[in-house]
Design a protein. Structure first.
Length: 254
C-alpha cells in the first residue's frame, strides 16, 4: 500500500525506492513489515494520521493498493480502504468511551461493514479479543474495570476486528508500566505473523523503534527526511535531524 501526498519534499533514502511525481509523506507498505516513524515536533504526528486514517483538511493525493490507484481529497476516502487501515492510540483508557461496554467498543469499527450479520459481528469481536489473550466473557464490562495492559490489548483487538492490512500504532507502549511493555510488543509481533499485518509505529522511543521495526522513517515538519533499515539509521545516520535525535537519546543505565 503506497500513499502519495501533495506539496511535500522527497525523503533522503537508502535503497531502491523509485522516484515519484508525488513526493511521499507516508511510507510504502507491503503486507508483513513494521515501519517505525520518529519525529521531533508534535505537529508531525497528526500529519501522519491525517495522511493515512482521516485525511483531514484540504490535502489530496493518491493511494496505490494491490495494483489499484485511488485518488482522494480531504476526507473523501473509500470505505474499502478505511477497513484496510486501523489505529491503536497511545492512551489505552482515553481511547475508550467509559459509558460503553468494551464489547460494544471493540465492535465499533464494524460499522464500516453494515452488511455483516449480528452473529458474524459477535464472532469477529470474540475472535479478536481471544487473539489478544483475553476472554470474551469479559466483554460486558466497562473500561475502568480493566488494567492498563488489558485496555491496550482491547484497543489492539478493536484494531483487528475489521481484518485490516495496515495497523498504525501511536506510541503503543509509552503509557504502560515497564513490566508490561515487553508483553505487548511480543503480542504485536505474534499478531503480525498470524494476521499478515503491516505496522506503522509512531514513537519517540528510539530503543523500541530499533527493536520492533524492519524500516525506520525520520520525520520533520510532516515530511520524511530519512528512511532505511534500523542498522543503517542507527549506526550510519545521514540527515542532520537523525543525528540530533540519536545524540539526544538517554544513555543506558548500567
Amino acid at each position: 500500500m503506497v500513499f502519495h501526498g501533495s506539496g511535500d519534499e522527497p525523503p533522503q533514502s537508502r535503497g531502491s525506492t523509485p522516484s515519484s511525481p508525488h513526493p511521499r509523506t507516508s511510507p510504502a507498505e507491503e503486507p508483513g513489515p513494521t515501519d517505525a516513524s520518529t519525529r521531533v515536533e508534535n505537529g508531525n504526528r497528526p500529519r501522519i494520521k491525517s495522511g493515512e486514517v482521516r485525511w483531514w483538511g484540504e490535502r489530496s493525493g493518491r493511494i496505490s493498493a494491490s495494483g489499484n490507484a485511488t485518488t482522494y481529497r480531504g476526507s473523501d476516502l473509500p470505505h474499502r480502504l478505511r477497513r484496510d487501515i486501523s489505529l491503536v492510540f497511545q492512551d489505552p483508557y482515553g481511547s475508550f468511551d467509559p459509558r460503553l461496554e468494551v464489547g460494544r467498543a471493540v465492535a465499533e469499527p464494524l460499522r464500516l461493514e453494515p452488511d455483516i450479520s449480528p452473529a458474524e459481528r459477535l464472532k469477529r469481536v470474540a475472535e479478536s479479543v481471544e487473539a489478544v489473550g483475553l476472554s470474551p466473557a469479559l466483554l460486558n464490562r466497562y473500561p475502568h474495570e480493566f488494567s492498563g495492559g488489558q485496555r491496550q490489548r482491547l484497543a489492539i483487538a478493536r484494531a483487528l476486528v475489521t481484518r485490516p492490512r495496515l495497523v498504525i500504532l501511536d506510541e503503543p507502549v509509552s503509557a504502560l508500566d515497564v513490566s508490561l511493555r515487553g508483553d505487548v510488543l511480543t503480542l504485536l509481533n505474534r499478531l503480525r505473523g498470524e494476521y499478515g499485518l503491516a505496522y506503522l509505529v509512531i514513537s519517540h522511543d528510539l530503543d523500541m523503534v530499533r527493536s520492533v521495526s524492519d524500516r525506520v522513517l525520520v520525520m520533520e515538519k510532516g515530511q520524511i527526511v530519512e528512511e532505511g533499515r534500523p542498522a543503517d539509521i542507527f549506526e550510519h545516520p545521514q540527515h542532520r535531524l537523525t543525528r540530533e535525535l540519536l545524540a539526544a537519546r538517554l544513555p543506558d543505565v548500567a
